[in-house]
Ligand binder design. Sequence first.
Ligand SMILES: NC(=O)c1ccc[n+]([C@@H]2O[C@H](COP(=O)([O-])OP(=O)(O)OC[C@H]3O[C@@H](n4cnc5c(N)ncnc54)[C@H](O)[C@@H]3O)[C@@H](O)[C@H]2O)c1
Length: 255
Amino acid sequence: MNGRLDGKVAFVTGGRGGIGRAICARFVREGAHVFAADLTAAGTLSDEADGSHFIRLDVTSEQEVRAAMVRVAERCAQLDILVNAAGVEIEKTIEETSLAEWNRIFAVNVSGTFLTSKYALPLLRKSGAASIINFGSYDGFIADPGLAAYCATKGAVHALTRAMACDHGPEGIRVNAVCPGYVDTPMLRGFFGGQRDIASMEAAVKGIHPMRRYGTPEDVAHLVNWLASDEARYASGQLWVLDGGLSAQVQQLRL
Ligand SMILES: NC(=O)c1ccc[n+]([C@@H]2O[C@H](COP(=O)([O-])OP(=O)(O)OC[C@H]3O[C@@H](n4cnc5c(N)ncnc54)[C@H](O)[C@@H]3O)[C@@H](O)[C@H]2O)c1
């Protein structure tokens, strides 16, 4: 095989979600040994059908995260790539958000990224050329109305990404965040699900993108694959927005 990730070992949280699944499939095609960690293996693929090894994991549980890294260490001498893609969204203003919901979304999106990175670090250090890819969002820079807690978690992930890059760069570990706009996944479908006329909603959303479409999980996997590879060896501490140009434009009435 002559893949970009030949011989590398990767651990992907949210590995059975829309974006995580595309990343796992791409990494496998590029020659990596891939652990897909998620709450359930649910979906159209069986546990190993995409060539990745499924690990059941709740990223909010310190005990489970620690145990998952022990399992990786039992099978592999090192870890080269960690992707923190597990995430949830709450569509509410802060007034509508309960403290339990606020704590829950921070537990998954922020503490999950913290815990998985913390317990992966001893294995990542052994790589000598490791890459952590966190999932921020364009919502960490600008706000979508009605997503207050979600926006706050993504801003936290952005800050954490920069801090981790500073702390662990000298150990040969690069840390970046991918910050997508709209990507066609179960999360986006859930967001559209509340609308009465989904077809018009989709057309309207595509219409505000300069590229006149929203992203696919494979679009995201292309960028993640590059960040994971040695071609990105000088890329660290950055927030990589991938949104079809959405956040580049001022929203004006189209005449
Ligand atoms: N889809 C988008 O438009 C979009 C835009 C910007 C950022 N993102 C981010 O990209 C990442 C992936 O999102 P997606 O669109 O693929 O969503 P998705 O809902 O399809 O997948 C998310 C996955 O995370 C898993 N997960 C949730 N809680 C978990 C937990 N406690 N432990 C382990 N796994 C857990 C879910 O089971 C699911 O498989 C998320 O961090 C999301 O915030 C998505």
